[in-house]
Design a protein around this ligand. Sequence first.
Ligand code: ZN
Length: 419
Amino acid sequence: MLFPKLTLILCTFLYVHVTQVVGVDKYKDYKNYKSYEVTGNSNGLNNLKNALQEDGNSIFYFGGVSSTEVVVAPELNIKFREIASREKLNVTLLYSDISKIIRFEKPWPLRGKQELSWDAYYDVPVINKYLKNVSRTYPTWTNLIVGGQSYEGRQIRGLRINTPIDNGETKPVFFIESGIHAREWIAPAVTTYFINQLLTSSDPNVKRLRDQFDWRIFPSVNPDGYHYTHTFDRFWRKTRSISPNGCVGADPNRNWDYNWGQESSSHEPCNYQTYCGSQPFSEIETRSLSSYISRIKNMLFYVSFHSYAAVLLMPLSDSRQHVENYDDLIRIGKASLDYGYKVNNVRYKNIGTAAEILYPASGGSMDWVRNTLRTPLVYTYELRGNSFHWPPSRITEQGDEVVQMMLGLATEAKKMEYF
Ligand SMILES: [Zn+2]
């Protein structure tokens, strides 16, 4: 997710705790760590922060739009409760033992051959195997594509879907980038679900959607970070590059070369969440992916999936200035949310620019794409949830919403003669 204001106030001090200095990593099981939703005024939250700072090695937090998720180590639970009560903060227990939640997110059995399905969260190799398999199943109109490289030597793999058309015209490109923040597991899951629907659905609307575009879809553009969340730390967000001081990773959605390093960006390499890197495109993932994207001609849509906030964001993320087709973006975005709403009768909370409905953030892919490539229709979906743990048994629920939301985008853009 982007990085909410409330959390931002709190973030500057505590994020040095989890294993992030290079060395031998040990699996962090989060046994008996509790997860709370905390709301209240910023003063109270600041006081909570300061009081717990001495024990900063054991507590951390992430946020939604109007609340903050706090994950508390067992030894700090009483202290946390006391301070929250003294500061009159509202505390709701989300999970009494995070380790159990994490365990049930993964496929079972953990060992042996795994095939991608949408009732568990799978690591990079299984996603890549799925992409390879479907490219073989539909060899005439799909291709396995490589959008870039990772620090640890992985490829950023995706699927191109481009069904033939009779008149020989070039179709507009619809680009989907997912999983840039490693711990937002629902994002890669709904993206592969969406691919599967494009390939197999018998719904004439989905077939039409498939045939309208030249699709480039990348489920996991931060494969090192994502793999790390599966193997060492479920809450890792960044890449896995190593800074000269030994700290690991940069936030790949603060690293793009547009107003780099300004809003909501940390310049401290050990910052657990929003270190923006040593310079624009310091991360090979963003550097190579941006280079791949630059070479695409005729890109109409650029869509990015994150979690969680249940909002639809559009450029620009770091300023209140409106882009010239702002009204169109709102109208097309609203149509998308209306389509999504019809699936489960659940509404997203808002649509707008990040600076206006969340908080300003610089160096994200969306702003770079819009500014550098002038792509007309650029969006970031913050998927639903109140934590990074969306139940695996309900992946298809958001998957079906995403299918309809993409259909809503295309239908309204067509009406408005964007293609
Ligand atoms: Zn994110």
